[in-house]
Design a protein around this ligand. Sequence first.
Ligand code: ZN
Length: 567
Amino acid sequence: MKLSRLFIAVAGATAVSCVALVGCQSRASTGADMIMRNGFVYTVDSKDSVQQAVAVTGGKIVYVGSDEGVASYIGAQTQVVDLAGRMLMPGFIDAHMHPGDGGRAMTLCDLKYQTMTRKVFQETIQACLDAEKDKGPDVWLEVGSWDRMGMDGLDGDPDKSTLDALKTRRPIQVRSTDFHTVLVNSRGLAVAGIDKHTANPGDGKYVRDVAGNPTGICEDGAADAMAAVVPPATDAEKLTQSRAALDAMRQQGITSFFDALSGPENGKAFTTLELSGELTARALLAIKLDPAAATADPDKTIAEAKALAATYDQGEPKVAPGVSMRHVKLFMDGIINAPADTGAMLTPYLHNAGTDKAPKWAPGKNRGELYFPPQVLNPLLLKAVQAGFDPHLHATGDRAVRDSLNGIEYVRQQLPGNAFRPTITHAESVDPADYGRFKALDVTANMSFQWAQQAPSTVDGTNDHLGAERFARMEPSGSIARAGGRVAYGSDWPVDPLDEFLALKIGVTRSGDPQNPHSYGTKYAGRLNTAPALSRAEVLRTITLNAAEQLSWSRWSVRWRWASSLT
Ligand SMILES: [Zn+2]
């Protein structure tokens, strides 16, 4: 953030030269540490201006401008890089991802996001079991990156019997790519102690058959509960996974990342890697607030979050990457994609009142799941902000988005002048009446542009369940931007493969790239819908300056002083 801010400040004032710039006085004697010249330096300043050269001293950009102007920064020790006309721009800030899960997914039985029939699904998982014959009958097999929506379109949704048919006694759990669903076999349900008498958690459900027995499909909080039954990774395994995540980020040009669902494990792992000099991107970690705990005792929930933040948060960002923990994450709802239909909507999802051959889509009763009702959300958000946290609200459906905006409006009214930076992430379905409220309430919309393409998750059921009107405005990043709202990018990796450039491209085209293996081929070519797109300049801003604004580093010191004066 500091780098890009200074970069932008300097680029916007090239005529200013030395005034207030770090290192200016000494440059004649020692020169900059490094200069890069002869490039296409894309500044992301207010005019998206393009310069030629940059000088860096002590990890900070001290000059941006012409090749001629940078010449005086060259000293005897200066490293001079000839960019040979190539593009240089601020590092990517991925403002919503899950690096712990991403690193971990690389080590599981991996279904690799592939759309597969139930038969291929069974064969792939059987191969993983067969490759681990030495594992005892009580050791979980964990399977990741399952394209549930793709399978649903081909063969229908599976249940525990699909896994029970495999040759093993081991408990198995399969996690969907979106992380909102876990499928478990009968042995897994038994090991976890889940049966017809088990109550649903407040923020999810065990899907049941007509007799009330769990089918093996676990949604949201129930999926998390199932994942928690597996013994956690050891410290050594966690470090291996975190290194793998940082390696994947380096290959994408990510210099800062927001871990949208963190806990002490990730805080510990990234802090350890910082100490060993292996933390190659700034780590900003968000603490999940549990709806049941927050309803029962909101003060305790916030106090626990503060205590966790105090353990890992390192204060103001420095030049070298460090660890910060100053955000709280709230899941307002599930997901709007069929067949889950758990995103909270203002009006019901449609269901097929006809037949498969002659479908008749009509409103049903389901409006999705809302995990924080306003009477819990509003006072909780107020307490979180008073404690110095920025809220990061997962809201996919238009009702969850509206309730989130209402909650933020409430806090703005209670704390006028407070500089907190709220974010609504995903915002896949937004009522047009709410587009302008992102700007009015200074809320960042964090969007994953790769979802604005035709894919099994969008056009093989979700379109029918939403109906034509809602589908036509699905993934409204362009609409929110046109209404003046700030849009930032977050990959949500490993929900999708980590491919930032594909996502940026889809932000502009709102179409898949049939040539890219991380897209969905010619069957899914063409635009998602006719909702407006972002421009190239806009998408580059979403992954740099807007992401930095979402994460609001420069305001922290003031805000945390303000917060601590309250306590
Ligand atoms: Zn996420």
